[in-house]
Design a protein around this ligand. Structure first.
Ligand SMILES: [Zn+2]
Length: 220
């Protein structure tokens, strides 16, 4: 049975486990010492939860052709973000300009199964984009690329404007998955600036307000 964290506990695990190490503040004058607990991270948006599920599914090799199809149906088609694609495609590495930051997340030996090969290329590109946000200065060109291409849109929800994914059914799979992240990032840049962690070694993406290192995970 897998022990990998689900998208929701990828977000919450740290804040639940750090209470022992919480700093103690002295309440001067009253003599009462009060523990200052870290703020719990907010639950992920649907778009972020879907994107994390994809990355974890590929990393753990749980995602196969059928699972990919149902992930797209569940998270993109039924939510009205895009029409069902008739074909899933992801070009070979080197065909997309941003590839130079992404290739380190490819396995040394590419899978022979076509769907698995598409999935690992997709994950490598998406993780490479996210890693750009941790650079100094940040490389966030994938955000403007998604806006310019119309893969995210601002819509009125109630009395607020929100970014939503709007990939097209002929987009490559990494652009489709990236659009889920982009819509979430544009709505809360500060959250990503404070909590995003991307492991340089395995590409694991998680959110942690107090990580030992933002570019390392618990396992690497
Ligand atoms: Zn790692």
């Amino acid at each position: 049975m897998s022990t990998r964290p689900s998208p929701r506990n990828v977000l919450a695990a740290k804040s639940e486990s750090t209470s022992d190490a919480a700093p103690i503040s002295s309440n001067r004058g009253s003599g009462i010492r009060r523990a200052v607990l870290p703020e719990p991270l907010p639950p992920p948006s649907d778009a972020l939860a879907a994107a994390l599920t994809f990355l974890e599914g590929v990393a753990s090799r749980r995602m196969c052709r059928e699972e990919l199809r149902s992930w797209i149906d569940r998270n993109l088609v039924q939510s009205g973000y895009m029409a069902r694609p008739w074909r899933i495609q992801e070009p070979l590495f080197g065909a997309v300009p941003a590839d130079k930051h992404c290739s380190s997340f490819l396995p040394e030996i590419p899978p022979t199964d076509e769907t698995a090969a598409i999935l690992v290329r997709t994950r490598a590109r998406v993780v490479g984009h996210l890693r750009g946000l941790l650079r100094s200065p940040a490389d966030d060109r994938f955000l403007s690329a998604a806006i310019f291409a119309g893969r995210v849109r601002r819509v009125v929800v109630g009395d607020t404007m929100q970014w939503v994914p709007r990939p097209r059914s002929h987009d490559i799979l990494s652009d489709i998955v990236t659009s889920l992240f982009v819509s979430d990032i544009l709505g809360r840049r500060e959250f990503y600036a404070q909590n995003l962690c991307v492991c340089d070694t395995c590409g694991r993406v998680r959110f942690d307000p107090e990580p030992p290192q933002r570019n390392k995970c618990f396992f690497c």
